[in-house]
Design a protein. Structure first.
Ligand SMILES: [Zn+2]
Length: 498
């Protein structure tokens, strides 16, 4: 059995989850669920980045200790992921002892190998990114990610990581393993950064009041990015040997704003510590509202709560993953959400399910009849190939499009076969069996293909087709046989809004 270790970026403990956080978790969850469906053994890890100095201010404003603050937020995030059906196997928090232990080990290994020295840093530091910025990266003298904030000139005594030594090995990595950074546009950006050359980076902050103490110098805190990246190792038990069970990671899912940390700093840290590199870093895009990054739009026109409440968690998962290409940016708008919900979920999919189940009920006493293979089955098998190649390439939006072709074909098949006419003529009984059994199989296959996207709704559909469990794995798809199953005319899957 193949193993698949997938992670998302861990979330900053300085504010509530928003739609951008949700998009990343939902996409990674769809990939994790797809891999399980394909038969892999999956480890899916998400978590919280709690060692940031930026939590101190909101914690103080809320009248909480830093630890009480991060505990509260970890609860809020965990509840949100449960509500959205995220199927993670672990939830790592960087304040946990298991994480601190891994950070200490990594710093020590890198130090032993001679890649750390002491020095003085002078330059711009964005408190919000928690990153030093070069002058050429600033826009109008400000951090491009945080244009509303002044950026401070900072001078401090630090430990440095010899990042500059890793420029050539990293360029070679991109040549030898183009799959290391995806999609391609992000790889090209990283290559350009590397070509300009790398500077050594500070890997500590002086005057620690919060964060992981620097080994052998507790006055300093480990630089928060250096600390946070190690969560991918600490979550699987590093430095105990057991971590080899899952390492190297197959896929780090992150947002396109943090590629430099994941595609330059992280592999350099691993090379320095002589730890294997992850296979792929996938950088997704942003959700925009009228062309602006949603999380930065003033007075958020759509909150995560309002988006979930509109039609429930599964339709939101479907809409985000279908509408925002997993390899780029996309727009959120209520009009578009309503349109997709009505056209694709309520009509194409929901209506197909409702009418098929109703006809099996009415014409065949609620039992799926036996029936030979049909052109609709041939189409379903061709669609599976397209779906798999899209999902194997992490192009979730294309996987959804492939699956929905099957819904379209099944709806055309209903019109073409007109089972309500076949039902009126006793001599067409075998034809009607063929029609209804083919439609039942199409629904079962849709439940399989779309279960990574809408796990709850597709579980309901699968059980309405007479099963007691969750949708079958990919292996059962081609020869799916539902004959003899007792269908349930359950509640409408995707009710039309009033
Ligand atoms: Zn910034």
């Amino acid at each position: 059995m193949a193993r698949f270790y997938i992670t998302t970026a861990i979330d900053y403990s300085n504010g509530d989850p928003h739609l951008g956080h949700a998009f990343e978790k939902i996409g990674a969850d769809a990939i994790a669920r797809y891999r399980r469906l394909a038969g892999d053994e999956v480890r899916f890890v998400i978590g919280m980045d709690e060692n940031s100095q930026t939590i101190l201010q909101p914690a103080a404003e809320a009248g909480l200790t830093p630890q009480a603050w991060v505990d509260r937020l970890a609860g809020v995030f965990a509840d949100t992921w449960a509500r959205l059906g995220i199927s993670h196997d672990d939830f790592i928090r960087t304040t946990e002892p298991r994480h601190t232990r891994a950070v200490v080990e990594m710093v020590e290994r890198i130090k032993q190998a001679g890649h750390i020295y002491r020095g003085t840093y002078e330059g711009y530091y964005c408190e919000r990114c928690e990153a030093f910025k070069q002058e050429k990266d600033l826009v109008d003298g400000r951090c491009p990610e945080h244009p509303d904030r002044e950026i401070a000139w900072t001078k401090e005594d630090n430990y440095f990581f010899k990042l500059s030594e890793f420029r050539d090995p990293l360029l070679k990595l991109l040549d030898d393993h183009p799959e290391f950074v995806q999609p391609t546009i992000r790889r090209n950006e990283i290559r350009n950064v590397l070509k300009e050359g790398l500077q050594d980076i500070s890997m500590s902050r002086p005057h620690r009041i919060w964060g992981t103490p620097f080994p052998d110098d507790e006055e300093h805190a480990v630089y928060v990015w250096f600390d946070a990246l190690i969560n991918y190792l600490s979550a699987i038990g590093f430095p105990d040997d057991a971590y080899h069970e899952w390492w190297p990671a197959d896929l780090h899912v992150i947002g396109k704003g943090i590629t430099r940390f994941h595609c330059i700093m992280w592999p350099a840290m691993l090379m320095a510590a002589d730890v294997e590199l992850p296979r792929t870093v996938w950088a997704h895009g942003y959700i925009n509202w009228e062309g602006r990054k949603l999380s930065k739009s003033a007075g958020a026109p759509v909150t995560l709560d309002s988006a979930v409440e509109r039609y429930g968690p599964d339709p939101l998962r479907y809409f985000l993953l279908r509408e925002i290409p997993w390899d780029g940016d996309g727009d959120f708008s209520w009009g578009r959400y309503d349109g997709i919900y009505n056209a694709e979920l309520a009509n194409d999919l929901g209506n197909l399910a409702n009418r098929t189940l109703a006809m099996i009920h009415k014409y065949r006493d609620a039992v799926v009849p036996k029936g030979a293979g049909t052109p609709l089955d041939d189409r379903a098998n061709a669609i599976l190939d397209g779906y798999r190649s899209a999902m194997d390439s992490h192009l979730i939006h294309r996987g959804i499009a492939a699956a929905m072709e099957l819904a379209g074909d099944a709806n055309a098949y209903v019109e073409e076969r007109a089972p309500w006419k076949q039902a009126k003529d006793e001599s067409l009984a075998a034809e009607l069996d063929t029609t209804l059994s083919a439609l039942a199989r199409a629904l079962g296959r849709l439940a399989i293909l779309l279960s990574p996207i809408m796990p709850v709704k597709m579980g309901e559909l699968w059980r309405a087709l007479g099963a007691s469990d969750e949708p079958a794995g990919m292996a059962a798809y081609a020869a799916l046989d539902l004959a003899g199953r007792q269908v349930d005319r359950q509640a409408v899957l995707f009710p039309k809004p009033e």
